[in-house]
Design a protein around this ligand. Structure first.
Ligand code: NDP
Length: 459
């Protein structure tokens, strides 16, 4: 490995986070989201690796931040009016040390290689935390499904899979959904995969129940995020019951986070989309949540329509973090809580934050929460329930079995409890401070992957 690239000798001396980031940014120019995700992780891993030379001697951090490969491809499809459209597709196969690449596909106009590298990098440690044999990957396209007809979405998905299918497989790489890729898109993608590969295998997860999907997968990320929150609160002698909660987003993760938090006695007072947020001081109860499900999952409408329907609610532009609450569950997208919003939440008395979305809190916001001793559950731990149940979907496909919803939910609860314990093991403070869940998740996720990479030798 070129000397400039690998600086492992420096670890045993005084390599700093700044030095590491200078090298990473030079090798990956113009990728701010990827830089941000790596910086957050390395601020915990560099001190850990310095104390554990078995990792520093093999340049593990540089290897971990370099994807195995990135596949980038043209997706040409035809709109309903007969015009030809061109988008770009990617699959970032980041690290398969502990299992086949596993991670979702995102269809959104904001998708870039940088966004997918940040998501793929986070996925390595998240998947490791679940305890299941899954490596890290992510993919997607800058295609915008909003405003497209079903047939346009179908043609896009088929064109996307026509290229992607040669790079994936049940023992190679197993994609799933993410923003803009729900049941409809996974069905189109899986149908095309099956056609081209001429085999019926569990190569995608998040499938519908009729063709190999798992009960409980739709709910898994939102429920898991609330299970993790519950463990953080219990560890601090608190509980969800009676707390007011702000949720952002109104997609897959947000809907089921609202459902579980309400079931456990919390009162969720906000939901949002990219147009703004609704504030309902009476709480989003089961009937109102059914309205949101129908609005978002079937009608593909806007959250502002909630305020037209329920007089208890008001609609506002922007994000929901100015509303005073005990708990915040960011479940929409990356960088949706900045430092000022974190300070506002703290000033208003927030006690806990559990990240349903990936990297929703900017780094200065995380520092503000930590400084204020708020319980902070980072995405790679708090939202790992989705990929965990995807792993269970793969197991069921391989066994040609279907587990009951109760069985899947029981396994999900066990996995979230185990992730919480691992975070406590590596993140518990010696003082009265709360557990540092960011550090705990980073180190616990890292160790398993690093041990595997070392066992394979320097490749
Ligand atoms: P969905 O597409 O179902 O929903 C996304 C929600 O976030 C929508 O309400 C959307 O509003 C809103 N949103 C998206 N982009 C923005 C933006 N730039 N500003 C404001 N709001 C925005 O996605 P998911 O619920 O599946 O995913 C949400 C987050 O959770 C993502 O970060 C994803 O990576 C993460 N995640 C998802 C998992 C899963 O199993 N689905 C697993 C683990 C993590 P609008 O409709 O207006 O675009």
């Amino acid at each position: 490995m070129d000397k400039e690239f690998c600086s492992c000798e420096a670890y045993s001396h005084e390599q700093s986070l700044d030095q590491f980031m200078v090298g990473l940014e030079k090798r990956n120019p113009g990728e701010p989201e990827f830089h941000q995700a790596v910086k957050e992780v390395m601020s915990d891993l560099i001190p850990f690796v310095k104390e554990n030379l078995e990792y520093s001697e093999t340049c593990i951090l540089e290897r971990l931040t370099e994807p195995d490969r990135i596949i980038s491809f043209r997706v040409t499809w035809e709109a309903d009016d007969g015009s030809v459209r061109v988008n770009r597709g990617w699959r970032v196969q980041f690290n398969n040390s502990i299992g086949p690449y596993k991670g979702g596909l995102r269809f959104h106009p904001s998708v870039t290689q940088s966004v997918l590298k940040f998501l793929g990098f986070e996925q390595i440690l998240k998947n490791s935390l679940t305890g299941l044999p899954m490596g890290g990957g992510k993919g997607g396209s800058n295609f915008n499904p909003k405003g497209k007809s079903d047939r346009e979405v179908m043609r896009f998905c088929q064109a996307f899979m026509t290229e992607l299918h040669r790079h994936i497989g049940p023992n190679t790489d197993i994609p799933a959904g993410d923003i803009g890729v729900g049941a409809r898109e996974v069905s189109f993608l899986f149908g095309q995969y099956k056609r081209l590969a001429n085999e019926f295998t569990g190569t995608l997860t998040g499938k519908s129940l009729e063709f190999g999907g798992s009960l409980g997968r739709t709910e898994a990320t939102g429920y898991g995020c609330v299970y993790f929150l519950n463990h953080m609160l219990e560890h601090a002698d608190e509980e969800i019951s009676g707390k007011t909660i702000a949720v952002s987003g109104s997609g897959n993760v947000a809907i089921y986070a609202i459902e579980k938090a309400t079931e456990l006695g919390g009162k969720v007072v906000t939901a949002s989309d990219s147009g703004g947020f609704i504030h309902d001081p009476d709480g989003i109860d089961a009937e109102k949540l059914a309205f949101i499900k129908d609005l978002k999952e079937v009608k593909r409408g806007r959250i502002s329509e909630y305020a037209d329907k329920y007089s208890s609610a008001t609609f506002h532009e922007g994000r929901p973090w100015s509303i005073p609450v005990d708990i915040a569950l960011p479940c929409a997208t990356q960088n949706e809580i900045n430092e000022a919003e974190a300070e506002t939440l703290i000033k208003n008395g927030v006690k806990a934050v559990s990240e349903g979305a990936n990297m929703p809190t900017e780094l200065p916001g995380i520092h503000a929460f930590k400084k204020a001793k708020i319980l902070f559950g980072p995405a790679k731990a708090a939202n790992a329930g989705g990929v965990a149940v995807s792993g269970l979907e793969q197991s069921q496909n391989a066994l040609r079995l279907s587990w009951s919803k109760e069985e899947v939910d029981g396994r999900l609860r066990d996995i979230m409890e185990d992730i919480h314990s691992k975070c406590v093991t590596y993140g518990e403070a010696e003082t009265d401070d709360p557990v540092d869940y960011v550090k705990g998740a980073n180190i616990a996720g890292f160790i398993k992957v690093a041990k595997a990479m070392n066992a394979y030798g320097t490749m």
